[in-house]
Design a protein around this ligand. Structure first.
Ligand code: GLN
Ligand code: ZN
Length: 757
């Protein structure tokens, strides 16, 4: 056992190698298995995950969750919103908060910092009375003791918990004292369970730009919590540097501090203060957010550098954050190009890397198998650097030049739109949809059969064409002005392009938890991106051949492809983004040449890529904007560019949206109403906009009257001449029956409003 060699894993993915947790959860929800089966399979997963980490000194207990760690904190602290108090059974209540039931809507969900993971938002209201309940925590802790010498208990810290709660930090700040008392009670109970106890407080919020008020609160919180006798506690910040907060935390009785040196190199500035303190530094040197194998030689060198600044015994090598955001293991992947596979490390392999690195750092001899692993690691790191796949554009000058020269369209919008209007002759309030139509069982079965090689390409394409044809017939009958082909060929808007672009790969089993039982499989961009052949042209061309109406071409934008992929770390993200943009530009050119007059470039994840630190935002904005320009700005004046974004707050990025210079933007507003549009009004938005007039996330069918009201309400903020009418987002996850009914109502509502114009 090498659990004595200092090393820390901040958390392990819980979904399981083959998404076992997803399977059990969904069977449990469908009442196909009982509570015991659910518990048993969860316990089995935890054992396996502890097995993988058996040589790590500190691994987490309580990184497991049936749905989400924030939700578990809500339960642990007894911060159950009053509206769920009527549910007596704790498990039923837990899942009602997560997913809703007949009588309760679920807690809302938001993205965890700049990841694609969603947490449940604590509803603290004004007068939350906390009633901590450590039953579950204790059961997990006891279970972990059977496998580990020293389990560490992982908790979301009070500052992050408060900042991510419903009304935000400022409004909920009055609850901090009560919250600290609740945490304190939990810790006191924990302290009674054993003698050598570690607690990890996750506080990524402290890596943002903390106000002095928040720093004071951090000091107060950890002065109090870290003084619980019998517990060694540490705060983990990650995803960026936390230099200001680190200074403050070093003045508290904490045992240690975990810093992310991969995504926050500026943390190096804290070393002198850490050296002066008596704290342990848990040094996040293995990237927990990305899929690349580290270069063990280079990482050891980095750790040795740290050791010149503070005593080696006080440095615990670690992952930069929890491994929650990585797939399980790369080993079983059978279709990754042989050259590329050794470059990758998922959660399981990252644990191994940390194990070896920690041994080397501690000066402990490696076993034979570890020596071999290390040898291969070093060899592969060199091979990756030398590979043609990462260098097929020589010095990457094409992307660099494209970024330098990127410009918006030269003809001003007013002139373009006049040409486009003459060409299209659309009625006022033109109607369209966001792209995808329902993907029913038949569509999915067809795609799957093709993927498995059970049907030929001809049969697959024939099947797809039938779906496209039916979709177009429906849109024509319903009376849409601008049609779409329906996106039936795409499982996912990013995965589809990831499969077709050179330099990117799709794993077979690289699932990452997105929320609850939902997982995503991000493409891996490993080399220079290019477009070997058309990606959407043949589908769009076929669709256009079926109708005399306008057919909208449908592409995912470069920034969204970047933000929803695992991206190579050997060249700047800006260059990868520009390479993708150049590929999209080629596709747009082909669509244009084929007579497609309207092209939508979706940027659903544009906002997600913003760095957490204000100081770094401008650089991101610049390359994101330029990449959009690279893709879209060389079209003819009479070609109309649409974009689509789906989030609820635009105020902070509205000037960038304006600068993108798309002729039309469709956005998700149905639930937020006109509040959202105000942002556009404020900047005198003069282009066209399709504020979604109904919420596609619900099967509910809005009436004609309701949609009419929704359209008329838009006129209060935006000139009707600028408005398009469309749903909120793509219809992929909806059923056909509610989709047809809702869209027919949308058209009727539009016609009635038009009549009154
Ligand atoms: N065109 C995509 C669709 O309709 C857009 C999806 C999205 O915005 N998330 O599915
Ligand atoms: Zn959307």
């Amino acid at each position: 056992m090498s659990q004595n060699i200092p090393s820390v894993i901040l958390g392990f993915p819980r979904i399981g190698e083959n998404r076992e947790l997803k399977v059990t959860l969904e069977s449990y929800w469908a009442k196909k298995v009982d509570e015991n089966t659910l518990e048993e399979s969860a316990s089995k997963l935890r054992q396996t995950h502890w097995g993988i980490q058996s040589n790590i000194a500190l691994a987490s207990s309580n990184d497991f969750s049936f749905y989400d760690g924030m939700l578990d904190m809500i339960e642990l602290l007894g911060a159950i919103p009053e509206r769920f108090a009527d549910i007596a059974n704790p498990r039923a209540r837990y899942f009602a908060m997560a997913r809703g039931d007949e009588n309760h809507t679920a807690l809302s969900m938001l993205k965890w910092f700049n990841t694609n993971y969603h947490y449940l938002v604590p509803e603290l209201g004004e007068g939350m009375v906390f009633a901590p309940d450590t039953t579950k925590l204790k059961a997990l802790y006891k279970e972990s003791l059977a496998h580990r010498r020293v389990p560490k208990i992982q908790l979301v810290g009070p500052l992050t918990f408060l900042a991510l709660s419903d009304r935000g930090y400022e409004a909920n700040r009055g609850l901090l004292n009560a919250l600290l008392v609740a945490y304190g009670e939990v810790l006191k109970t924990v302290a009674s369970w054993g003698s050598e106890l570690y607690v990890q407080f996750d506080e990524p919020i402290l890596a943002l730009d903390p106000s002095s008020e928040r720093l004071q609160d951090a000091k107060k919180s950890y002065d109090y919590l870290a003084s619980t006798p019998g517990i060694k506690s540490f705060v983990a910040t990650y995803f960026a540097a936390s230099t200001e907060a680190t200074e403050v935390l070093l003045q508290t009785p904490l045992w240690g501090i975990a810093l992310d040196f991969v995504h926050g190199e500026e943390n190096l500035a804290s070393l002198p203060s850490i050296a002066k303190s008596d704290k342990v530094l848990i040094a996040g040197v293995i990237d927990g957010r990305n899929v690349w194998a580290c270069d063990l030689g280079e990482r050891l060198e980095f750790l040795n550098q740290l050791a010149t600044k503070l005593p080696r015994e006080r440095i615990y090598p670690s992952t930069s954050c929890s491994l929650l955001h990585l797939p399980y293991s790369v080993a079983p992947e059978a279709k990754i190009p042989l050259e590329v596979k050794p470059w990758l490390a998922f959660a399981k392999e990252k644990v191994k890397e940390l194990e070896i690195l920690s041994k080397r750092f501690a000066g402990v001899k490696l076993g034979a198998e570890e020596m071999e692993w290390e040898r291969l690691n070093l060899e592969n790191a060199q091979k990756r650097r030398d590979s043609k796949l990462t260098q097929n554009r020589g010095d990457h000058s094409t992307a660099k030049i494209a970024l330098q020269e990127a410009k918006p369209r030269t003809t001003p919008f007013k002139e373009r739109i006049a040409l486009q209007e003459r060409r299209f002759k659309l009625p006022p309030l033109p109607t369209t949809t966001i792209g995808s139509f329902p993907q029913d069982k038949e569509v999915r079965a067809l795609r799957l059969a093709y993927k498995k090689g059970e049907i030929t390409q001809d049969i697959y394409e024939e099947g797809m064409r039938a779906h496209i044809k039916a979709c177009i017939e429906f849109q024509e009958e319903a009376g849409f002005d601008v049609l779409v082909h329906g996106e039936f060929e795409r499982t996912d808007m990013v995965e589809y392009f990831g499969e077709l672009l050179e330099g990117a790969l799709i794993t077979q089993n690289g699932w990452v938890q997105s929320y609850g039982s939902r997982c995503v499989k991000p493409p891996v961009i490993y080399g220079d991106v290019s477009r070997p052949k058309e990606m959407t042209l043949s589908w769009s061309r076929y669709a256009q051949s079926l109708t005399s109406r306008l057919m909208k071409g449908m592409l995912t934008g470069p920034v969204t492809i970047l933000n929803w992929s695992f991206v190579r770390d050997d060249i700047p993200r800006s260059e990868v983004c520009a390479q993708i943009a150049l590929a999209i530009k080629e596709e747009i050119r082909d669509l244009e040449e084929a007579g497609i007059a309207i092209i939508q470039v979706d940027e659903a994840a544009f906002k997600e890529g913003y760095p957490l630190k204000k100081a770094q935002r401008a650089a991101y904005e610049e390359f994101a904007l330029k990449s959009f320009w690279i893709a879209t700005s060389s079209v003819k004046d009479e070609t109309q560019i649409h974009t689509h974004m789906c989030y609820s707050v635009f105020d902070d990025i509205i000037t960038t949206i304006l600068a993108m210079d798309a002729d039309v933007i469709t956005i998700e507003t149905a639930r937020a109403g006109n509040r959202l549009l105000e942002a556009f009004k404020k900047v005198n938005y003069d282009k066209q906009i399709g504020p979604g007039i109904y919420d596609i996330h619900s099967p509910r069918i809005p009436s004609v009257e309701e949609m009419k009201r929704q359209i008329l309400a838009l006129f209060e903020v935006i000139d009707p001449k600028q408005i398009w009418v469309n749903p909120d987002c793509g219809l992929k996850t909806r059923g056909w029956s509610e989709t047809k009914a809702s869209l027919q109502n949308l058209i009727q509502a539009t016609q009635e409003v038009r009549a009154g114009l």
